[in-house]
Design a protein around this ligand. Structure first.
Ligand code: NAP
Ligand code: 2RA
Length: 356
């Protein structure tokens, strides 16, 4: 069995006798701390753009009672990655990789890897949080954005899906506005960064004029389906309905790739059942966990991809009425697709699981 961390962390938790309050009910995480036991967590796809961002977010979270093993494909097996102040060795993902008793795994290694290995991991008692689209629309797989539907995490049967990056950033503002004004229809138009396509997307932009994205705006992300929409557009439509638990919600989408390294920007046009007040809507957005309202047009201030890069929050601005319909609102929504669109969201789900 591959040993990813050659210098296992010293047990940095010690509980002095008498410091446990026997009358208090402790979380599983706290009980693990008392027992000096560590959760075993696998990071699958640790060498990828999302995988590396997961490692950064985990370093920032600094969970004390977790031991990690990093996996990737055969190509990366044996490579060293600096993580938590030590050099981790990347292990090759294999069918027996989960035999050693993992509690949780975060997968960011694409759909075919997830389809093959996530069920194996789940069958061995490991709860998988998967970043690919492989399981998102399965009825027995919760599709989670913690600020929106955290309670559904515990309906999992071994696999939890992380939504598509462009969907995650949209549903935060949509949820709070839906709770207040009841959404009738959504029109998405996206301007998505090349990092959304992984390492090959960044390499394409870096290759300059030889690439597809340099000096361009490409109205195709992923493959075209029979109805003329792309798979990315369908992901936004279908996943939004599932997360908001509104299977019949009217939604249309156009998703485009722009020559931006990182951070997806979205124009979201919303029509509501009830009257919407712009000032009140801004206050609701401002007071929502995970959203940063950035809206001061007198000073030309609105969310910008370059400024949002590296943040875990969703930035919302240009909040204004759509006067073409009775109860319409327009938003400009920007988020770091590698962080809140993937890594941060997955680590937030892990945090809920380990704190339970
Ligand atoms: P990426 O940069 O191309 O990385 C892919 C990762 O998967 C690498 O670590 C790669 O390992 C690993 N991998 C590939 N085949 C494997 C196998 N057979 N066994 C084990 N590991 C394997 O892609 P990414 O952008 O990080 O995306 C990863 C996943 O997250 C995809 O499902 C993607 O759709 C999803 N996602 C991405 C974003 C985003 O903004 N990029 C947002 C949301 C969701 P090697 O280095 O060894 O090849
Ligand atoms: C993209 N949202 O931007 C998709 C998948 N990460 O390509």
């Amino acid at each position: 069995m591959c040993q990813s961390n050659p210098e296992p962390m010293a047990q940095n938790v010690s509980v002095k006798p008498g410091t446990i309050d026997t009358k208090k009910s402790y979380t599983k995480f706290e009980r693990m701390m008392f027992m000096n036991k560590k959760y075993k967590v696998a990071i699958v796809g640790a060498t990828g753009l999302v995988g590396r961002t997961i490692l950064k977010v985990l370093e920032e979270k600094n969970f004390q009672n977790v031991e990690y093993t990093l996996f990737a494909s055969e190509k990366s097996a044996g490579k060293k990655i600096e993580f938590l102040g030590t050099n981790y060795i990347v292990c090759k993902l294999e069918e027996n990789s989960f035999d050693s008793g993992f509690d949780f795994a975060i997968f960011s290694a694409g759909g075919s890897t997830a389809l093959k290995y996530a069920p194996i991991a789940a069958s061995k008692g490991c709860v998988v949080i998967d970043n690919s689209s492989a399981f998102r629309m399965k009825s027995d797989v919760p599709l989670i954005v913690p600020e929106v539907n955290k309670e559904k995490i515990f309906e999992n049967k071994g696999i939890i899906a992380n939504p598509n990056c462009s969907t995650i950033q949209a549903v935060l503002p949509l949820k709070v506005l839906d709770d207040k004004y009841k959404i009738k229809r959504i029109v998405y138009s996206t301007y998505q960064a090349v990092s959304g396509a992984g390492k090959k997307g960044l390499e394409d932009l870096e290759s300059g004029e030889n690439g597809k994205f340099y000096n361009n705006c490409v109205p195709q992300i992923d493959v075209f389906l029979d109805d003329g929409y792309t798979k990315e557009e369908h992901k936004m439509i279908d996943e939004t309905r599932k997360i908001l638990d509104k299977p019949d919600l009217l939604i249309t989408a156009t998703a485009a790739r722009v020559p931006v390294m990182n951070c997806h920007s979205e124009s979201i046009n919303i029509e509501f059942e009830t009257e919407v007040d712009v000032y009140e809507a801004k206050m609701l957005l401002q007071n929502t966990d995970g959203i940063i309202l950035t809206d001061d047009i007198d000073n030309n201030i609105y969310p910008l991809a370059r400024k949002v890069d590296g943040y875990n929050e969703v930035f919302v601005g240009r909040v204004r009425r759509d006067f073409s319909v009775r109860n319409g609102l327009n938003l400009w929504v920007v988020a770091d697709n590698l962080r809140k669109g993937a890594a941060t969201n997955a680590v937030q789900i892990l945090e809920v699981l380990i704190n339970h």
